[in-house]
Structure formats: C-alpha cells, structure tokens
Write a protein that binds this ligand. Structure first.
Ligand SMILES: Nc1nc2c(ncn2[C@@H]2O[C@H](COP(=O)(O)OP(=O)(O)OP(=O)(O)O)[C@@H](O)[C@H]2O)c(=O)[nH]1
Length: 644
C-alpha cells in the first residue's frame, strides 16, 4: 500500500475573482491551453523530440548557415561606405602603404644606366673574338635579354653618366630562372658561365640575380652575353655600382624572407581555419599560398642555398607543377568563394571550361616543350579567368556582398599584379623591376587579408554557435534548461549516481491554479510569474543540481547526491519561498503556490519510471489540496510484485 508523506502546506491559492481582464484572457488562455496540453496522472514523460539530440555538428552547421545568411543577406551598401568602416579600412591602408613603400624603393633603386643590343645572325657558341669585331648590332627597346631563334649574342653598353666612380660595377640579370648564359666582360673577356641553379657558379651577393662584375675604369667597353638556353620570358638587365647593388640585394633578400615567412604562417593559419570551421575551400587557398612560396624559394635561387643536394631540375619541375596546381586551386577557390555557379550560371559554364582547359594544359605543357603556342593559350586562359573573377567580385561588392568585397581587397591586388605580369610576358617585354617586389608582396598581403577575413567570419561563426547552442539548451522565457537539455542532463546524473551508488532525487514542481493567474491578469503577468518562479528555483538549488522548465508551468529539479530527507528539505524550502515571494509579482497579489512531487532514484530505474513516480506524487499533491509536497513511495520489491 502506498504511503504518502505530506508536509506542511496551506492552501494559498488567490481568490477566484472575475473581472474585465478575465474575458480578455479567456480567449488567449483557451488557445494556449489547447496548444499546451495538460499533464495527466500517470503519464509517462516522453523523451525525444526535435530538439533533444544536441549534436555539435548540427549546431555548427546551423551556426555556419546563419553566419553565411547574415553575411549575404545584409542590405546593399556601397563599397565606399564599407571601406569607411572598421578593420577593413585599416587593411586597405596597410596594403596601400606597403605597396607604395615597395614601389618607391624599387623606383629609387632603378636607374637607366645601360643600352642593350642584339646580333641577329653571326658567330656561334664561344666565338667571342668574332663577336667583338661583328657589325650589325640592333638596339632593343627594353633593357632585357631573351631567348631568340635567330640570335644568341647580346651586347650591353654601360652608361655611368656623371655618377661618382666606384671600383667595380655590377651588371645584373633578373628573372633568369634556369637560363644558361655565358658572360664576356672587360678587361680580359674570359668566359664566365652564369646559372642560377648551379652551385659551382659563383655569384656576387645572393642568387636572386645573375651577376657580371665590370671594373669601373673599363665601363666604356661593352659586355657580351651569350644566351645558350633560356625560358621564353625576357630577363631584365641592370647596371649599378657594387655597393648599390649589394645594398639592394640585401633588401631583396630581407624582403623575400619576410614574405616567405608570412606566406608559410598564413598557410598554416588558413589550414587551421579550414579544419576548425570545416570550410574546405580554404585548403585550396593554402595550396595556392604554399605553391607561390615554393615558387619563390626555387626560382629566386634560395633552393640552391637551402638544399644544395636537391637536383635543380627536379626542384624547378616541382615548383612549376606546384604553381600550376596553385593557380588552378586559386581559381577554383574563387569559383566557390564568389558563388559563381549559383549567381552566374552562364558565366560559370565559361569559367569551368577555361579552368578545366587551363588545368589540362598546365599539366601537359611541361611534357610538350615543342608546342610553342601552348604557353600563350595558358596565359590567355589565365587572363580570362582572372578577368571573370575580378568582374564578378566587383559586381558583387557593388551590390553589397561582404565576402566579395573581401575578395576584391585580398585577391584583387594579387590578380591585377599577376595579370600585369602575364601581359608583360605575352608582349615579350621585360617586366619592370617593381613587379619583382610587388608580386610576392601582393601575394602575401592578399593572403593576409583573406585570412583576416576568415578569422572575422570565424568569430561570427563562433558567436552564432555559442548562441545557437545556448538557445538549443535553454528555455527562452525563463533561461532555465529546456526539456531536451533536461533529458540529456538527467541521463548523465542517473548514470553517475548508478555507477557510484549515490542517491538522486527528482522534484516535479507545478504552479497551482496558474490558469487563473493568466485569466485574471493576462499572459504578461503569467510570464512574469514564470520568470519569478525560475529565479526562486535558481536560488534554492546548488550549482551541481539540474533545474529545468519541463513545459508550461511545470518545472523539474534533479538533486544529485541528496537522500530523501535532504530532498524533502529542499522541496519544503522551495514551497515556502514560492509562497512567501510569490505573494506579489510585479505589484499584483497573484499569490503563487506550488505543488511538488518527489521521487528518489531506485536501482533499476530508468528516466521514464523515475518521472512516472514523481508525476504520481505531484498528482497526489494536487489532489490533496495543492501547495504541498508528496513523496512517492519506493517501488515494491520485484518478488512482492510477483507474488502479490
Ligand atoms: N503566461 C504563460 N502561461 C502559460 C505558459 N505556458 C503555459 N501557460 C499557461 O499555464 C496554464 C496551465 O493551466 P492548467 O494546466 O489548467 O494548470 P493550472 O491552472 O495551474 O492548474 P493546476 O495545475 O491543476 O493547479 C494554462 O493557462 C496555460 O496557458 C507560458 O509560457 N506563459
């Protein structure tokens, strides 16, 4: 037979008053009552439901989607307005200052000090005596050497002007890559092999450029260069006094080291973001950054110093293949970043064709050196892709798309510089010296802006994730845990109690005659009562206890490690606190009281059986007059059930 422990309690229900508010409230109460449903005696609390499987992945996905929606669905705002705001402004200012500084240094270092001419037909390899006597030199417009089918000899005349005469001048050749050259300089015109990747060839300063020393007192005599083999790109020439050259060379090495370090760091950061945020397209961005860094290390000759044991031709092939992959990865990254397929389906087809053709050619070209037209086609395709991406980015940015604006800041400079370089190559004109600085700098600045933008997006995503996780766990009105979180929490507490043999109490708390409060004072007051109730509950429990709003005007407390006496003490304190503090809410005499059903965890209990007993106890508390506490009796031992 069931025994109940009924603790002190007075029926403190507010008088049933009818009034004008009652009618107003009746309609809404009827609506909410039907939606709310009523707890019935013996009803087994249901577990499960859409919200009670808190899954971090799903929340992360939700947060990401919300962030994206937030980033994209903002109202249109002009580019200028966006630039005026926040960290973007500082990003632009830094990028501009860096670019201006580098250009100024490059321009200051440059001085038109030489004339270049070529001998279209003439002596063969190593015939320097004949070359020195030869006529028919043709001046070239730009200060550059190049591979030519009809000519292998080049002549450089240095014009020192009125510059103070140092002991030695240096004629330097930039962007020589894997060219094989032989220089013949005064006074003795002995052959001097020049090759970036041959460790046996001595260089003055770093290996960024090939160098030919010329005594200052022989500047009136020409330097001859035999181009044995080279790439198709022009190789820029410059003549400077030794000290000037060394200072500039040192600056270039420092600059390259800084850019390389930045690129490696950014690639690592982007990779971390890619994994943490599951934005896999950022890995394509990493491939691009790393490929540019590898290209820089190899093509500027650093590889010879860093890994002299690594065969130069393999390094070059790896760098070439790497940069091809990097370019494809970069344009694929932009394809996704700018959402071209979704926003511009027709353009997407053209973009895809250009991208796939370019990828195929970039892979095939190294194995087809005789197909001379292939590099033109590749460069044209790259120009097309670059223009399409820039056009789309500009269009989207003007329409107020934030990610497109970031793209323009981060990638725009990179694209413009890369495209300028491509145009120079297509025209077969030597690239200007400032491009030597601007290209890697633009890559690094672009990478930095894109990583910063990603960090910003990550911050938004994290905030969204925290708030999404919080709202998935809590009840918006009271801030208490919701039903879903109650199920998760109670399962954990029961598991701990079962494994440690500890006790656990469940208190089912229900406001008495709450419908009348709503009816009399309106739902706003009802809500205020629920919030007041939540505050009282919070004050009555320990941090280790679980408090949740079960639904409507029902609350649940799970007291970990509390035996029956302790649970009844808490219940009693709570009942008394509600009776005292709930007498008035918001200046209205609502007279809140609660009925509480208490059930203790027994061996073999599951969530449903524990809830069922607490619910039965609550039902009895209501039935016996409300504003009281009823302890559910322990379940009869199994053998008693069987033989009853
Ligand atoms: N203001 C407000 N009222 C709510 C909310 N959720 C449920 N209710 C109301 O709570 C009332 C519950 O009424 P009943 O289930 O009849 O319970 P009761 O009036 O407290 O009666 P007893 O439990 O038997 O003492 C209904 O009027 C619901 O509309 C809420 O979020 N805000």
């Amino acid at each position: 037979m069931a025994t109940s422990a009924v603790l002190a309690g007075h029926c403190g229900v507010a008088p049933h008053e009818a009034g004008p508010a009652a009618e107003r409230a009746a309609a809404s109460a009827a609506a909410s009552a039907s939606a709310d449903g009523r707890r019935t005696q013996g009803a087994v609390p249901r577990r499960g439901g859409a919200g009670d499987r808190p899954c971090v992945r799903r929340i992360a996905g939700l947060a990401r989607a919300r962030t994206r929606a937030r980033l994209h669905d903002r109202g249109p705002m002009g580019v200028a307005a966006r630039l005026r705001r926040g960290p973007m402004r500082w990003g632009v200012v830094c990028a501009l200052l860096l670019t201006m500084g580098l250009c100024a240094e490059a321009v200051a270092a440059a001085a038109p000090t030489l004339r270049v001419s070529v001998l279209p037909a003439g002596p063969g390899a190593g015939e320097i005596a004949a070359v020195r006597e030869a006529d028919g030199w043709q001046a070239v417009a730009d200060d550059a050497l190049r591979r030519r089918a009809d000519a292998r000899w080049w002549r450089v005349d240095i014009d020192a002007g009125t510059a103070p005469e140092p002991d030695v001048w240096i004629v330097s050749i930039r962007e020589a890559y894997d060219a094989q050259l032989v220089a013949y300089a005064p006074p003795d015109y002995t052959p001097r092999p020049l090759a970036t990747f041959d460790p046996a060839v001595r260089q003055i300063g770093s290996r960024h450029r090939l160098t030919i020393p010329v005594p200052a007192d022989r500047l009136d005599q020409p330097v001859f260069i035999e181009v044995a083999s080279a790439r198709r790109q022009p190789m820029g020439l410059q003549a400077q006094p030794l000290q000037t050259y060394l200072a500039a060379d040192y600056a270039r090495v420092r600059f390259t080291s800084a850019v390389l370090s930045a690129q490696l760091l950014l690639a690592v950061v982007a990779a971390i973001f890619a994994v943490a945020l599951r934005r896999w397209m950022l890995l394509m961005f990493c491939v691009w950054v790393l490929s540019v860094a590898l290209y820089l290390v190899v093509m500027r000759g650093e590889m010879v110093v860093l890994a002299p044991w690594f065969p130069a031709e393999h390094a070059m092939r790896a760098a070439g293949l790497g940069i091809s992959l990097g370019l494809i990865a970069a344009y694929a990254f932009l394809f996704v970043l700018l959402q071209i397929p979704r926003r511009y389906p027709r353009l997407a087809r053209l973009y895809r064709i250009a991208l796939v053709s370019c990828a195929a050619l970039l892979v095939i070209v190294p194995f087809l050196p005789l197909v001379t037209v292939a590099p033109y086609v590749v460069n044209t395709l790259l120009l097309t892709l670059g223009s399409l991406a820039l056009g789309v980015g500009l269009n989207r940015a003007l329409a107020g798309d934030r990610e497109a604006l970031v793209f323009l800041l981060g990638w725009g400079l990179v694209s413009v510089v890369a495209m300028t370089r491509t145009v120079y190559f297509l025209r077969y004109v030597g690239t200007p010296e400032w491009l030597e600085y601007l290209h890697p700098a633009a890559d690094a600045v672009g990478a930095l802006i894109l990583v910063l933008a990603t960090a910003r997006a990550a911050r938004y995503a994290e905030r969204e994730m925290v708030s999404a996780r919080r709202s998935a766990m809590t009840d918006p009105l009271t801030g208490l845990y919701n039903r879903a979180q109650l199920d998760t929490g109670i399962a954990q507490l029961m598991e701990t109690a079962a494994s440690r043999g500890g006790s656990l109490a469940l208190l089912f708390v229900d406001l008495d005659h709450f419908k009348q409060v709503n009816d009399r004072y309106g739902h706003d007051v009802g809500d205020a009562c629920l919030r007041a109730m939540a505050a009282i509950l919070r004050r009555q429990v320990r941090a280790s206890d679980l408090v949740a709003r079960y639904g409507g005007e029902e609350f649940v407390l799970v007291l970990e490690g509390s035996d029956t006496a302790a649970a009844l003490r808490v219940a009693q304190a709570l009942r008394a606190a509600v009776e005292a503090e709930g007498r008035e809410v918001g200046g209205l005499a609502v007279g809140l009281t609660v009925s509480i059903g208490v059930a203790m965890l027994h061996p073999g209990d599951d969530i449903a059986s524990l809830f069922k007993r607490a619910d039965e106890a609550l039902y009895r508390a209501k039935h016996e007059g409300r504003n009281r506490i009823v302890l559910c009796p322990p379940a009869p031992p199994r053998h008693q059930l069987e033989f009853a």
